[in-house]
Ligand binder design. Structure first.
Ligand SMILES: Nc1nc2c(ncn2[C@@H]2O[C@H](COP(=O)(O)OP(=O)(O)O)[C@@H](O)[C@H]2O)c(=O)[nH]1
Ligand SMILES: [Mg+2]
Length: 442
């Protein structure tokens, strides 16, 4: 699935990863390669043009994203744009009055009947009562195929081979389904080899009769742009709420997945990835985009960005520790921040010399809370001038914070050590932050 796109994009990605600068030549070459890749994969031409235009616009004035280098920044932009054209994740709507009717439409052979069974099985696995029905009055075999599938997953199947009027049949089956207390009914409809007026009118009438919550167009991904064009006609006549792409397991070039959202304006809800009833999954745009661009590559980019953000926070924190007058109030404030920030060691490592020296500060969450409680039990005066904390004050603080005098002593000792160390570093003037922090005023 998406092998062609994956292969083509991997070339682009490799080149970008090697690029150290975002010069015009590199960017233009990447855009040209992307254009070729998308067109070869049978992505709609207008979608391709829009995609390239959006990336170009973003690149102008784009600064390198924190934590990433130039090439990686472009890769991230491409990923974001891919996500955009794939559309957001979209699940099935549910009607207030059961059963929720999901009507499947599309040409013959695209996989409607198979997909009806697949959705039913998927919904059943979620614990819903599901049934299927066929409104195809022309091909009795179609109904039987559906019921065989239904039998295999043990759900009710509504058909009537004697009723030759599609609308009457629909009314009858819907009534039966309603009476049997189902949560969902999947309505398989007749397809033709080509679009024809009569079938469209029939579908519109069925729609009016059953008022389906979802009308999903089942598109054979192997048919590429043809499938999109047909879907357009269905959308104009019947009105679609979404698309299901089938046969993505085969040689499908995958371009259709990137075209549906922009061209039709409706989401892709599921994909079929094989002939078996379980070869079916919800459409997850991020997974698809990652598959196309190389899963590992994108994940490591995102990790790098997150790390850069964490490092920013940690440096900011370190700066505050160093600049603070450093009373016990400051310590308390910083403990709070540290707790919000996550791993304490990380913050301490940003302050050269501290991480290794104040081992006792490598405490767990519970201990941080304890220290905070102890400081909370002090009076503001005690926090500003800890030297006034004598034996009786310590006893009061311990009682107030539900700790022991030993605990209070420990906190005071840690605090003194930190303060001493900071003074020493300030005096030596050797303190310099790693990397590109502005020079500190000492
Ligand atoms: N490989 C593959 N084959 C599929 C998929 N979905 C349906 N098919 C096959 O496509 C053919 C037509 O399917 P069918 O459900 O009868 O299509 P319908 O005429 O639209 O109802 C059958 O041979 C199915 O097994 C899929 O996701 N992958
Ligand atoms: Mg069928």
């Amino acid at each position: 699935m998406f092998e062609l796109l994956t292969e083509k994009f991997s070339g682009v990605i490799e080149k970008l990863k090697k690029a150290k600068k975002l010069d015009e030549k590199t960017v233009n070459e990447a855009l040209r390669d992307i254009r070729r890749a998308l067109l070869e994969a049978d992505v709609n031409i207008e979608v391709v043009q829009q995609f390239l235009k959006d990336i170009k616009e973003k690149l102008v004035g784009q600064e390198v994203i924190k934590g990433l280098d130039a090439g990686e920044t472009v890769i991230k932009l491409i990923y974001d744009e891919l996500l955009k054209i794939l559309g957001e994740e979209s699940s099935l709507e549910k009607s207030e009055k059961p059963p929720t009717v999901i009507m499947l439409v599309g040409l013959q052979g695209t996989g409607k009947t198979t997909t009806a069974g697949k959705i039913a099985k998927w919904l059943k696995s979620k614990g819903y009562q599901v049934g299927v029905a066929s409104t195809d009055v022309r091909r009795p075999a179609a109904g039987r195929q559906l019921c065989t599938l239904a039998e295999s997953i043990n759900i009710p199947c509504f058909i009537d081979e004697n009723e030759k009027d599609a609308i009457k049949l629909t009314e009858k089956l819907i009534k039966e389904a309603q009476d049997s207390g189902l949560s969902y009914l999947i309505l398989d409809t007749a397809g033709r080899l080509h679009i024809d007026e009569e079938l469209m009118d029939e579908l519109v009438e069925i729609k009016e009769k059953v008022n389906p919550t979802e009308i999903l167009y089942v598109a054979d991904a192997m048919q590429g742009q043809d499938a999109i064009n047909t879907a357009k006609v269905y959308h104009d006549k019947v009105g679609l709420t979404g698309v299901i792409l089938t046969k993505l397991d085969g040689d499908a070039k995958g371009g259709i997945a990137l075209s549906v959202r922009k061209v039709l304006g409706v989401p892709i809800k599921f994909i079929g990835v094989g002939e078996k009833i379980e070869d079916f999954e919800p459409f997850y745009p991020d997974r698809i985009a990652q598959r196309i661009l190389g899963l590992g590559d994108i994940q490591s980019l995102i990790e790098k960005m997150e790390k850069a953000i964490d490092e920013d926070k940690a440096q900011e924190m370190a700066k505050r520790v160093m600049n603070a007058e450093f009373t016990l109030e400051d310590l308390r404030e910083q403990l709070r921040m540290i707790r919000n920030l996550g791993p304490l060691e990380k913050v301490l490592k940003m302050i050269p010399g501290i991480g290794s020296k104040i081992k006792d500060l490598k405490v767990d969450e519970k201990q941080l809370i304890k220290i905070e409680a102890i400081i909370n039990s002090m009076t503001p005066e005690e926090r500003q001038n800890p030297h006034i904390i004598n034996g009786s004050r310590k006893r009061r603080i311990a009682r107030g914070s539900g700790t022991t005098i030993m605990d209070v002593n420990k906190v005071l000792k840690q605090y003194k050590e930190m303060k001493k160390l900071m003074k020493k570093m300030k005096k030596s003037g050797k303190m310099k932050f790693p990397m590109n922090l502005p020079k500190l005023p000492f």
